[in-house]
Design a protein around this ligand. Structure first.
Ligand SMILES: Cc1cc2nc3c(=O)[nH]c(=O)nc-3n(C[C@H](O)[C@H](O)[C@H](O)COP(=O)(O)OP(=O)(O)OC[C@H]3O[C@@H](n4cnc5c(N)ncnc54)[C@H](O)[C@@H]3O)c2cc1C
Ligand code: SF4
Length: 300
């Protein structure tokens, strides 16, 4: 099955000496620690700003005309899928919003106005685009105009109403007072406008999470061109996995253009990432959900 996937998707997996176990993080070409070299991007970005830097590079190099991202709407921390065409708009959309942002819903609108687009999304959103590409009688013509799929790691996600409840019930904070949110080192942390930091263990998020997330085995966006996360990276850096020729090319070209700096992934904590990826797979296996097995060949 994995061989078939490689044939269909044109992927190869590194032979031996992998920095990360492909059985846990999915097949990949290369793994790096990386961050944006532009300080503005790093400041606006959630971690190392790699996602924003890559999308900026793709726009400026003419690889894509537009990108589908998640900006924040009028409600505090409510993500809003948006089609953007400039680096300034990408900066405004940077940062993680811990609520569902249906980015794929803008695909048709984006390709009706632009020849080529990039899409950033959670692993399930990335998979939805890949599936669309493969079904000739569906929206394959739309999906094939996605020239860059950037997947952000995702342990679970919340409906916006549940994010508000989580903030109020578990952290005792009004969403409008939150300046920053982060999931790191097993904790969900918010920083309020007056600099106060409040945390809860990530395990407290499950009861607020979207039901489907309890049956999701993909932490690292295995279908993306490039996957970007923070688990296993030092503060201010990303773990980045390239998974396709296109993903590897754009990453290398962003490094060559001086937009990204990279380090060996072993300089972070790859075991932490592997553990989280394994936990997510096992959670689904233990739930005895039958639907994921055919799609995730590495499952038990
Ligand atoms: C719900 C959720 C759970 C996550 N869980 C983990 C985790 O367990 N471990 C881990 O390592 N990383 C996790 N991440 C990813 C992490 O928060 C960062 O997005 C990732 O490290 C990329 O960092 P960056 O500095 O490159 O991001 P940036 O340069 O800031 O770019 C982030 C991009 O993501 C888009 N975006 C923001 N929120 C959403 C959303 N809700 N849906 C779709 N797109 C969005 C933004 O528009 C922006 O383009 C999670 C993200 C989300 C949204
Ligand atoms: S946990 Fe899985 S199903 Fe839930 S938002 Fe993340 S990728 Fe999608």
């Amino acid at each position: 099955m994995r061989g078939l996937l490689r044939k269909v998707l044109g992927r190869s997996r590194r032979d031996g000496g992998e920095e990360l176990d492909p059985e846990l993080v999915g097949p990949y070409r290369s793994a790096y620690l990386a961050r944006a070299t532009d300080e503005r991007v790093r400041e606006a970005g959630q971690d190392g700003g790699v996602t924003t830097a890559l999308l900026t590079h793709a726009l400026e190099e003419g690889l894509v005309e537009a990108a589908i991202v998640a900006t924040t709407g009028s409600d505090p921390w409510k993500p809003e899928p948006t089609v953007v065409t400039s680096p300034e708009e990408l900066l405004e959309a940077a940062g993680s919003k811990y609520a569902i942002s249906p980015n794929v819903s803008l695909l048709e609108e984006a390709v009706s106005a632009h020849e080529s687009v990039a899409l950033v999304g959670t692993p399930c959103q990335v998979t939805a685009v890949r599936k669309a590409e493969r079904y000739a009688h569906g929206v394959a013509d739309v999906a094939e105009r996605v020239r860059l799929l950037v997947g952000i790691f995702c342990s679970e996600n919340l409906e916006y109403e549940n994010l508000q409840r989580l903030l109020r019930e578990e952290l005792g904070v009004d969403p409008s007072r939150v300046e920053r949110m982060d999931i790191t080192a097993g904790k969900f942390t918010v920083v309020t406008e007056d600099g106060e930091e409040r945390t809860v263990p990530v395990s407290r998020l499950s009861r607020y999470a979207n039901e489907a997330c309890h049956f999701c085995a993909d932490l690292t966006a295995e279908d993306a061109d490039v996957s970007v996360g923070s688990t296993g990276a030092p503060d201010g850096w990303n773990v980045v996995l390239t998974r396709t020729d296109r993903g590897e090319e754009i990453l290398q070209s962003a490094v060559d253009a001086g937009r990204l700096e990279t380090r060996e992934v072993s300089e972070g904590d790859p075991k932490v990432l592997e553990r989280l990826a394994r936990d997510k797979r096992e959670r689904v296996r233990d739930s005895r959900c039958a639907t994921w097995r055919p799609y995730h060949p590495s499952g038990p």
